[in-house]
Design a protein around this ligand. Structure first.
Ligand code: ATP
Length: 362
């Protein structure tokens, strides 16, 4: 069979068959080149055919996990060969949705023909207010039911699963308006996020030593996460006493108690003060480093540019554009339709972003 252009590029660089290189050798030893940089490679813009993508997707060997930033390097490498087109196939998708529609009366909130999320990547879902982003999240996670469509998480169909079952399968989400339990302490909120609550079943009650050990483990995990999310000092405070930004951090930390494979964050930056924003960005990037896939909805373009490996644009319920951030966010149609004045704001310039937000609210 003819090699894909990406395989040719890698083979030319390493002198070996690219298929041998993916998967069974440590990433550091591999010499990857981007398709357009490779000597004799196809002209820029001629991308790998969709059918070839899964064959050469970089994956950790069975039963192993990659270390640290290798996930970012691999996912960005793989996605650099994917065509920037709505509904395009990805090399190693963890979530695949087909023909998803949701109508509210006469309004079609979601009408997604095909959508894939690349495993281990950070994907941003952007679009104007009312584009259908939150409804799409609700549908994928069992909080709402589509009129039509099918979707699979890690190869398993999800159509009739409840939110609890979806979470148990490894896909968890946070909400635009946080759903932390105000009258519980921060630590108790975290323990609620643990996958199995010790002592719940009759069987567990018969073996107290076992559930005590499990609870100890849950507390240790909660402690690690609360430290990472800068909330450790608040562990005994009621969640209701936290600021909006701290609640976002708590909700995200709680979602991680079940070691999810995919985390879906709905506007994680909304209402978070600039001082906490950087911590939040760091926490999300740290998630990718531990092998967790992230999908987030966000209006904060600063964040999207900083951390996304891939950007998907929704408008009027449909996926209208997809690609790597620098391409999508410089696409004139996307700028006209959505980014507008947000497009040229300097990276990291919170003051400029806040000024713009104020202007828009005037
Ligand atoms: N429960 C509902 N009942 C009726 N209409 C709804 C409902 N939920 C969403 N909609 C409508 O569906 C459309 C998509 O809304 P949705 O909240 O998913 O958009 P969004 O992209 O998340 O917007 P935002 O960025 O403002 O959060 C909107 O027209 C909205 O009014």
């Amino acid at each position: 069979m003819r090699k894909s252009t990406s395989q040719q590029a890698t083979s030319q660089q390493t002198g070996k068959n690219a298929t041998d290189d993916f998967g069974d050798k440590p990433f550091q030893q591999q010499a990857y080149v981007s398709q357009s940089d490779a000597p004799g490679a196809a002209a820029p813009g001629s991308l790998t055919p969709e059918a070839d993508l899964p064959r050469w997707a970089t994956r950790a060997p069975e039963g192993e996990k990659l270390e640290s930033t290798q996930y970012a390097d691999r996912v960005q490498h793989d996605l650099s060969f994917v065509k920037a087109a709505p509904g395009v196939a990805k090399p190693d998708p963890i979530l695949v949705a087909d023909n998803i529609t949701r109508k509210f009366g006469g309004v079609t909130a979601v009408d997604v023909q095909h959508f894939e999320i690349e495993r281990h990547g950070i994907t941003a879902l952007i679009g104007p207010n009312g584009a259908g982003k939150t409804t799409f999240f609700n549908l994928m996670t069992g909080f709402d039911t589509p009129n039509t469509g099918t979707w699979e998480f890690d190869g398993k169909p999800l159509k009739s699963e409840s939110p609890e079952q979806v979470a148990r399968m490894g896909m968890v989400r946070t909400f635009q308006l946080t759903k932390v339990m105000s009258r519980l302490t921060v630590m108790d909120n975290m323990l609620l996020g643990a996958p199995v609550q010790p002592g719940e079943g009759m069987l567990a009650a018969l073996f107290p030593a076992r559930w005590r050990k499990q609870e100890e483990k849950n507390r240790e995990k909660a402690e690690r996460l609360l430290k990472r999310f800068l909330l450790w000092k608040k562990k005994d405070d009621f969640a209701g006493s936290l600021s909006g930004g701290q609640r976002k951090l708590l909700e995200m930390a709680r979602a991680l108690m079940s070691d999810p494979q995919l985390v879906m964050l709905d506007e994680p930056m909304a209402g978070v003060n600039p001082a906490l924003k950087q911590s939040l960005l760091d926490c999300i990037m740290a998630l990718r480093e531990t092998g967790t896939t992230v999908l987030f909805v966000e209006h904060d373009m600063n964040m999207v540019r900083h951390i996304a490996d891939w950007v998907t644009v929704m408008a009027e319920g449909k996926i209208v554009a997809e690609g790597v951030p620098k391409n999508v966010m410089s696409d004139q149609a996307v700028i006209d339709a959505y980014l507008g004045a947000r497009a040229n704001i300097d990276l990291g310039d919170d003051a400029a972003l806040e000024k713009l937000e104020e202007e828009q609210h005037e």
